[in-house]
Design a protein around this ligand. Structure first.
Ligand code: GSH
Length: 218
C-alpha cells in the first residue's frame, strides 16, 4: 500500500465519495480508513486530518486534503480524469470548481443518505433553484460534450462526474423534479461500477453508525 485514504461514513459523507471515486479511477493502491462521522467535529477525524475534514489522502509522501486537490493529484496518475480536449477540459474544471464551491441550499436541504427513500422531501425555493440550475448544467454539458456515452463528457466517467456523483445520489434519494436527460444521467452514474461499489459498502456499515438527525427526515 502506497498510502492511506481517510473517509467518513459512506452512507453520509458526500465529500468522501468524491475523493474515493478519484482515487479509484486513478487506480491508486491505498488503505481505506473509514471513520464514523458524528455529524460535525468528529474527534477521530480531527486526530488524523489537517483540516479536521475528510477525505484526506496520504500517498507516496504527498498529503492532500480538499476533494478538488485530490482530483488534480489523481489526474497526474490517470490523465483521463479530465477530458483530453482543451475546451472540454476547461468546461469540466469550471463545473467541478462550481460544485466544490456551491449549491449550499441543495446540500443543506437534502443531506446525502444512501439508505433512505426521501422522495419529495427537502424541497424549498432555494434547493429547487439549485436543482434546476444543476439540471441545466447536466443537460447543456451532455449536449455539448457528452455525445459518445452516458456521462457528462461521453463514455469516460471523469472528475466532473465524480464531483457531481453525490448530487446524483441526492436526486435519487429525494426525487426532485428533473428533466429526462438529467434522470438518464443519474441512472448512468448510479450504475457506474465504483459508484455501485460505494453504495454496496455503505449498505454494509453498522447500524450503530447511523445518526438520528439524518435518519428521521421522513
Ligand atoms: N471542502 C472539503 C469539504 C470536506 C467536508 O466537509 N467533509 C465532511 C464530511 S462530508 C467532514 O469531514 N466533516 C467533519 C465531521 O463530520 O466531523 C472537501 O472538498 O474535501
Amino acid at each position: 500500500m502506497a498510502g492511506k485514504l481517510y473517509l467518513g461514513t459512506r452512507r453520509y459523507s458526500s465529500w468522501s465519495l468524491r475523493g474515493w471515486l478519484m482515487v479509484k479511477r486513478a487506480g491508486l493502491t491505498v488503505e481505506e480508513v473509514v471513520i464514523p462521522l458524528q455529524g460535525g467535529n468528529t474527534a477521530a477525524v480531527k486526530a488524523v486530518s489537517p483540516t479536521g475534514l475528510v477525505p484526506y489522502l496520504e500517498h507516496d509522501g504527498a498529503k492532500i486534503w480538499e476533494s478538488l486537490a485530490i482530483a488534480e493529484y489523481c489526474a497526474e496518475f490517470a490523465t483521463t480524469l479530465w477530458p483530453q480536449d482543451r475546451v472540454a477540459r476547461a468546461h469540466a474544471r469550471a463545473i467541478a470548481a462550481e460544485m466544490h464551491a456551491g449549491f449550499r441550499a441543495l446540500r443543506l436541504a437534502m443531506p446525502m443518505n444512501l439508505g433512505r427513500d426521501y422522495a419529495g422531501l427537502g424541497q424549498n425555493a432555494e434547493s429547487l433553484a439549485d436543482v434546476a440550475y444543476i439540471d441545466n448544467l447536466f443537460t447543456a454539458t451532455r449536449a455539448a460534450f457528452g455525445q459518445g456515452g452516458p456521462y457528462l463528457f461521453g463514455a469516460n466517467f471523469n472528475a466532473a462526474d465524480a464531483m457531481f456523483a453525490p448530487i446524483v445520489t441526492r436526486f435519487l434519494t429525494y426525487a426532485p423534479p428533473l428533466s429526462e436527460v438529467a434522470k438518464a444521467y443519474c441512472q448512468a452514474v448510479r450504475a457506474q461500477e465504483f459508484v455501485d461499489l460505494w453504495y454496496r459498502l455503505a449498505a454494509e456499515e453498522p447500524a450503530s453508525w447511523q445518526l438520528e438527525k439524518y435518519e428521521s427526515l421522513a
